[in-house]
Unconditional design. Structure first.
Length: 439
């Protein structure tokens, strides 16, 4: 994708109302973007229905939730959950009595993984088994949904599935070096992508992050047709990431975290939305700003793009409310450390030649480099050390603000989406937060 379409104006109208149905296609875990959409659906009075990824038993077999697990998950969601396991990906799938991809990876070591070759014929068989398992489960979920959504209702399907990292020790060690390592511990992301292990990871990322969106759209075709024939409308959203515009030198400029290995799957996700849009299906991928979540914490430095949001709040005219956010952030810093000094570190970081070279939209997602790792991870560590407590960071406050802004933007824009792929940059996040504050 060579062109960005950014949401610049706050959407004003929503088609969703009491009696309509919100379907969370992915389980709700901890802090993350999905919470914002669920909150908006609840405000609109919609019926909330969720799914589960299921759980693994002692033999790694996928199972439904127990009654206790289901009760906890439904309380967490604030709605009913269809208890059919929807675990995307194929890393633990295989034909009967044959090895799955995770088992095929078990012999890899830190010394051998770059040269070790995988049995691709076996892996492709495993992928087919995983796809069939998942799509069969989607069909079961849709059969239950069909009886739960009345004729003429509007339905909002929110896809939240992402990930796909194989659960093998060697990958965790490699990931720590690629995403957290510098100096002697630095490892090239290109080395991973060129290896059989990396190729398998990309294939599984595609299944979890992107293709599951296609299976959702295809699997709900009959339900969508029924609702549309009876006066209802159906919308699909998904969470993307493809860099974000932040304030740099007083202007909103695109930048990104590198190396974001799942970027390839996120671009595939965009293409799925574009293809659906061409068929008259309102499916929209929202490319959201960088935040800290349980899953993103492995990417050291991804949080650095959050800090300019503080300036964006003032830039968009929210001086009084913005100052409250600034003060809350100041309170987390050690005595003698200032938020202005922290902000200057970010300005200096973004002005380096290293970061300018990575501000290449057409080349995204770019590989990492030793210079990038040294600068980015070093800056991240230096800023973390400015805090009183490593467990209470300015980025926690800023992440919560981004989530609070993104939820209503996505929810309301989905009613009349302006494009299949939309960027939510710091300008529109700040505008939405300031409007919400005024309300």
């Amino acid at each position: 994708m060579s062109k960005r379409v950014s949401l610049r104006d706050i959407p004003q109208h929503s088609i969703f109302r009491k009696g309509d149905v919100f379907v969370l296609f992915g389980e709700l875990f901890g802090r993350g973007y999905a919470n914002g959409l669920v909150n908006e659906a609840r405000k609109a009075g919609m019926t909330i229905i969720g799914v589960t990824v299921g759980r693994r038993d002692e033999n790694n077999a996928l199972r439904a939730l127990t009654d206790e697990e289901l009760a906890i998950a439904q309380t967490n969601l604030g709605g009913q959950i269809i208890n059919v396991p929807l675990m995307a990906g194929f890393d633990l799938d295989a034909p009967a009595a044959e090895a799955n991809p995770t088992e095929l990876l078990s012999g890899l070591t830190l010394k051998s993984w770059q040269d070790d070759k995988l049995d691709w014929s076996q892996i492709l068989k495993c992928r087919e088994v995983g796809i069939k398992r998942f799509t069969d489960s989607v069909a079961k979920v849709m059969a239950e949904l069909d009886s739960m959504i009345p004729d003429g209702s509007n339905a909002f399907f929110a896809h939240t599935m992402a990930g796909g990292i194989p659960k093998v020790k060697v990958f965790l060690a490699i990931a720590n070096r690629i995403y957290k390592g510098r100096g002697e511990r630095f490892m090239s992301s290109r080395a991973l992508l060129d290896s059989d292990l990396g190729k398998l990871c990309l294939m599984n990322f595609d299944e979890v992050t992107a293709n599951s969106f296609q299976y959702l759209i295809d699997g709900s075709a009959a339900l969508r047709c029924r609702l549309e024939k009876t006066g209802g409308q159906v919308r699909y959203t998904a969470y993307g990431y493809h860099g974000t515009e932040i304030l740099i030198d007083g202007e909103y400029q695109w930048q990104t975290y590198s190396n974001y290995t799942q970027g390839y799957a996120k671009m595939r996700l965009e293409k799925i939305a574009q293809d659906a849009w061409a068929q008259g299906i309102k499916a929209t991928v929202f490319n959201c700003p960088e935040i800290r979540t349980n899953s993103s914490d492995i990417f050291v430095g991804v949080e650095l793009s959050l800090f300019p949001l503080l300036k964006a709040l003032k830039h968009e005219g929210g001086e009084a409310w913005a100052e409250q956010q600034w003060q809350a952030c100041r309170d987390l810093l050690q005595e003698g450390m200032s938020l202005d000094a922290l902000s200057q570190k970010i300005d200096d970081y973004n002005a380096t030649g290293v970061m300018l070279a990575y501000r290449d939209f057409d080349a995204w997602p770019m590989d990492n480099s030793e210079a990038l790792a040294e600068l980015m991870i070093g800056t991240s560590d230096a800023i973390t050390q400015m805090h009183k407590d490593r467990k209470e960071l300015v980025t926690d406050i800023l992440s919560a603000l981004v989530l609070a802004g993104a939820g209503p933007l996505m929810f309301h824009e989905a009613s009349h989406p302006s494009a299949p792929v939309l960027w939510l940059n710091h300008d529109i996040i700040a505008k939405q937060l300031l409007q919400s504050f005024k309300e």
